[in-house]
Design a protein around this ligand. Structure first.
Ligand code: RP5
Length: 167
């Protein structure tokens, strides 16, 4: 099913974020998904400004055919945890770098989920957004040999680039 949806470029991943200001960071996740030719939807969903939308989004996510949700937020970053409370899909949280505490607040808000509702927490900022997308690809690749091959090639290429580096 994932395979058919991927080939039809239907969204398998959702990238949600608390604010338009998060897009600068979260775009890095979208770029990686584009590289792997994976369909995704992107949306601003705020836990505190649009709580009803968050609920609707989480409750309908699995039935819509989504397989992974990447959620980025900054500050008191409750979006990933709240999203996870409304869906059984894996939620990958990206702590967006905040102005005052440089994302440490976002990181601690996302990473400290109490037992029962997990959120996979990535690194602060762009690296976290990129890795969230790579992790989403790895999850989808569990049931998709072609995608698994692409991911392996991506890693081989990455290794080659480092080995070719001269100083
Ligand atoms: C959070 O507050 C968002 O995820 C964003 O990182 C942060 C600041 O939002 P804005 O004030 O830029 O809209 O909800």
């Amino acid at each position: 099913m994932n395979l058919d949806r991927r080939k039809d470029k239907l969204p398998l991943v959702a990238i949600v974020m608390g604010s338009r200001s998060d897009w600068q960071t979260m775009k890095a996740a979208a770029d990686i998904l584009d590289e792997f030719d994976i369909g995704y939807e992107k949306k601003i969903v705020s836990a505190h400004r649009t709580p009803e939308l968050l609920r609707e989004f989480g409750l309908s996510a699995a039935a819509k055919g989504l397989r992974v949700i990447i959620a980025g937020a900054g500050g008191a970053a409750h979006l990933p945890g709240m999203m996870a409370s409304y869906t059984r899909l894996p939620v990958l949280g990206v702590p967006v770098e905040s102005k005052v505490l440089r994302g440490v607040d976002s990181l601690l808000s996302i990473v400290q989920m109490p037992f029962g509702i997990p959120v996979g927490c990535l690194a602060i900022g762009e690296s976290g957004a990129k890795n969230a997308a790579l992790l989403a690809v790895a999850i989808l690749a569990l049931e998709d040999k072609e995608l698994a091959k692409k991911l392996e090639l991506f890693r081989v290429e990455q290794t080659r680039k480092v080995l070719d580096e001269t100083l």
